[in-house]
Design a protein around this ligand. Sequence first.
Ligand code: AMP
Length: 540
Amino acid sequence: MHGLMQSWPLTVDKILDRAKTWSASREVVTRSLEGPIVRSTYADIHTRAKKFSAALLAMGIKPGDRVATLAWNTGRHLEVWYGVMGIGAVCHTVNPRLFADQICYIINHAQDRVVIADATFAPFLMQHKDKLPSVERFVILADEDRAGDHPGMIAYETLIAQHAPDAQWGAFDENTAAGLCYTSGTTGDPKGVLYSHRSNVLHTYMTLQADGFGLTQSDTVLPVVPMYHANAWGIAFSAPAVGAKLVMPGAKMDGASIHELLETEGVTFSAAVPTVWQGLLQHLRATKSPLTSLKRVVIGGAACPPALIRAFHDEFGVEVMHAWGMTEMSPTGVFCSMPLELKDASFEDQLPIRAKQGRPLYGVDITLEDDEGQPLPHDGVTFGHLLVRGPSVVEGYYRQAGKVVDERGFFDTGDIATIDHNGMVQITDRAKDVIKSGGEWISSVELENHGVGHAAAEIVAVIGVAHPTWDERPLMIVKLRPGESATREDFLAHMQDKVAKWWLPNDVVFVDDIPLGATGKIDKKALRDQFKDYRFPDCR
Ligand code: AMP
């Protein structure tokens, strides 16, 4: 027997409709690429998004067509996002930090019909347009004056000025595709994750749980994490859903620029990968600046070093909340809310738990398996392959035959983790980064976390390097903070009492820079290439 409740399609246009109706004057503030701060409201964003929908319909864009964006987090990007999804077309957020060949590959693979880009990327697009045969129009997110510098591109402002805000949104099935995001693809070609309206709406509900991001209408939210990196971790949906004020950082994500916006706009909540927070921390320390409004930050995308959690707590009274997920999960999977027994514990007692990635949000099912697919205990000690399932988890990749889940619906995340009796997950490595020493596993992430706790360290990476006796052994690669000096012995002494003796790196090397990938994480593949001829001192 079926229930007798309404089947009200879970489509994302209703999110912005709600914001316009009940939070009309709540602000969306952008640091524009032109320079000045631009202030608008959810009502403005809604009107302009509707106009953009009308422009797309006039161009002949139909449901299911792909429309790409190459853009920073701005109010205009938000308008485009809802304008595309509202009419049942697919918003393909392209990561502009990918290599030129990868960008061309994914635009061609997605067969995008229109590309909408910030002025920053206009020269790139005009240079490569002949390699993008599916693209019929290029729109520049600017007014006519600025577009004039880029012949071949239509000005967004001119386009929307020609249309009334009367396009119809929604009225399609909730399983309709809404967004497309390619994984950064450190191995092989990037793979397309095709979100549906339903998966995005359910992910919004999931992250809004009080034991999750817990956003409310009184928050002012600054998503540093880009909209092209897995939906800005859902914030482009969850902030308007509750009517929180949004502050969009545009192209400037350095410590000084972020700090300025945090303070001038009274930001209470923010989200970014660890490298962004390291940058902010350095700026705050160097300029002896306070954080007067910020209360909570979500750090995810890569492991958050405990030293960073401590610094924000001790020096600025800001709570760092660790989270883990991936593009294939829309992206949030686990979120570090304190288990009940530690809720009232001291910060010192909580810190080892805060450094773990967190507990599954309601709506995400997780489990742990060994190499043979046998279940492993949730004892907080045993490492295994982390598998996930749920309504916002991928089932198959775009234009790739077959499903990528097992017969129970579980997707192998490619991460190695432990899970404890509270569901608390600790990611110990990517399966391909874990260091296999004498048949045992060493967590590169744990070594990095301890290494970056050294006062002179700015970024620390650990990779496995071939060793004749042990198969692989850890090599620690350190970028020092400006003006600091330290030796290999200093780092080894610092690590001495923090990990088992056989986990200690066989060597520590110092570099001027550590390569970061397209989503701001340490690029271990590039590091492995860089150190492919390296030999440990005892093997030379
Ligand atoms: P992406 O799809 O680019 O967001 O990358 C997802 C991957 O980033 C995950 O599978 C993890 O390997 C890694 N990752 C994300 N968040 C964390 C975290 N908090 N700690 C450790 N690794 C993380």
